[in-house]
Design a protein around this ligand. Structure first.
Ligand code: NDP
Length: 481
């Protein structure tokens, strides 16, 4: 039984209450570890450690800060195999995906912000004719809270922590209680890399207890949160009256618009991936597929054949395309949408059933599922399912496709498949989404703004946007004679 510890003041510690939560292996449905059930007292201890570390860390020169963050990146890279195995076991995702995407990206997050901070600068404005110059200092906020979800555990955890630390803040962070393992391993890496005690504190526990204590803490100045829209709303209600800075990366129900003039082969390959990568548990997955009428009857069997060929298997097997869903409650939630499909006048074209993997009968496996819907208004198209389930339906015109794409409460990302430049520009201008991919999906450049509009969030992460979020601008105006 692996016992995870909190990382507070540079040390691995048990929860003050002495209470623990079970940690499940989704591939076999069995408990394999214990997680601290941290409460307010642990968050307070983390805050005190951060507050003690802040004066020195915020004054540490950029070269030193950058060197320590680069060292963390190096160590993540060195430990790729063991971190990928831990992520796969904890989350249920195929080990090949963890080794190719999650862990390299966690390392890249630290390396990117280790460099970015050396290039980040304040602005200056000369007030011509008034003998005055303004310059804007970018000061770290102080102690900030970072809260992340279970779908891309180390990847999203480090995406917040790295810019917060690079900008000179000290951090109290909480990973999802469902997938705490790689955050725990990161604590050990930070110790090895020589990150001073208290600069980063990782407190494990339940969202409504540990997470809530971070959000409610009167001295924590900002909250960077990635997770569900309902949780984001709750966090905003708590933090807004305290005038905390908030970055919210929330749910999505992303449209995938496929036009007849696209590169069909590339589109088909990528659409299989954008539908089912990570068991469909990526906020950027294209879960609503709209296909131009003239190619719809060709696309439908081609797509279904490709989906049926995907292998659902144990996450440790290299040839598994899909592993297990993250938890039993999540599997049940996804299944409830599939079971409700007939009530939505929708037709399951393939999948829809639990999968029994020999030797791992209690694991949370589900077939990749394609559902044909008749209207964009149905629940299957309006609510985030966040599993291996996509819907397909035809459209007649570009206007109709655009209307359906936008007719949803979310606005995270959208994908367009076309070779028509005019159409690309028209749709890019009018789609209500923070991120638009054309003839590709999930291609990321860490300098670009990342985030959603509407109920998909507030603010942007990535590049200098993240460094702006984690700093307070302070303008100085000097008049000279
Ligand atoms: P949740 O909103 O349930 O949880 C996210 C994190 O918030 C977890 O660490 C959770 O802890 C914590 N939490 C829960 N309640 C509170 C609270 N009251 N105060 C503070 N923290 C709290 O999301 P999931 O983990 O289920 O993740 C899936 C969701 O994340 C999907 O909706 C997905 O779209 C979204 N997401 C968005 C992304 C984006 O960039 N826009 C990227 C990836 C995912 P615990 O786990 O212990 O409950």
């Amino acid at each position: 039984m692996i016992e995870i510890k909190n990382y507070i003041n540079g040390k691995l510690q048990n929860p003050i209450s002495g209470e623990w939560i079970d940690n499940y292996d989704p591939s076999c449905g069995e408990v394999y570890g214990k997680i601290p059930n941290s409460g307010k007292e642990d968050v307070e201890a983390a805050y005190i450690a951060s507050a003690k570390a802040f004066p020195e860390w915020s004054n540490t020169n950029l070269e030193t800060r950058s060197r320590i963050l680069s060292k963390i990146a190096d160590l993540i890279e060195e430990k790729l195999d063991s971190l990928a195995a831990a992520e796969s076991k904890d989350n249920g995702k195929p080990i090949s995906l963890a080794a190719k995407v999650d862990i390299p990206r966690a390392s890249a997050n630290f390396r990117f912000f280790a460099h970015a901070i050396t290039q980040f600068a304040g602005e200056s404005h000369e007030s011509v004719g008034l003998n005055a110059i303004n310059f804007t200092l970018r000061k770290p906020l102080g102690i900030v809270g970072c809260i992340s979800p279970w779908n891309l555990p180390l990847y999203l955890f480090t995406w917040k922590i790295a810019p917060a630390l690079a900008a000179g803040n000290c951090v109290v962070a909480k990973p999802s209680e469902v997938t705490p393992m790689t955050a725990y391993l990161l604590s050990e890496i930070c110790m090895e890399a020589g990150l001073p005690p208290g600069v980063l504190n990782i407190v494990h526990g339940l969202g409504h207890a540990t997470g809530q204590a971070i959000v409610e803490h009167p001295k924590i100045k900002a909250i960077s949160f990635t997770g569900g829209t309902a949780t984001g709303e709750h966090i905003a209600r708590t933090a807004a009256p305290m005038f905390k800075k908030l970055s919210l990366e929330l749910g999505g129900k992303n449209p995938n618009l496929i036009f007849a003039d696209c590169d069909y082969g590339k589109m088909l390959d990528t659409t299989v991936r954008s539908s089912f990568a990570n068991q469909g548990q990526i906020c950027l997955c294209g879960s609503r597929i709209f296909v131009e009428e003239s190619i719809y009857e060709k696309f439908k069997p081609d797509f279904v054949a490709r989906v049926k060929a995907l292998k659902v298997g144990h996450p440790s097997q290299k040839n598994s395309n899909l592993g297990a869903l993250v938890s039993k409650p999540h599997l049940e939630k996804v299944l409830s949408y599939i079971e409700d499909a007939p009530n939505q006048d929708a037709n399951i074209l393939c999948g829809g059933n639990k999968v029994t993997v020999p030797g791992y009968e209690k694991g949370y496996y589900l077939e990749p599922t394609v559902i044909e819907v008749k209207t964009n208004q149905c629940k299957l198209n309006q609510e985030e399912i966040f599993g291996p389930v996509v819907t397909i339906m035809p459209f007649k015109t570009e206007e109709e496709a655009l209307t359906m794409a936008n007719d949803v409460r979310y606005g995270l990302s959208a994908t367009i498949w076309t070779t028509n430049l005019d159409r690309t520009m028209r749709l890019s201008n009018h789609l209500e989404a923070g991120i638009i991919w054309v003839n590709t999906w999930l291609m990321r450049d860490l300098r670009t703004p990342f985030g959603g509009m509407k109920d998909s969030g507030v603010g942007r992460e990535g590049g200098f946007e993240a460094l702006r979020f984690f700093t307070e601008p302070k303008n100085v105006c000097i008049q000279y004679s």
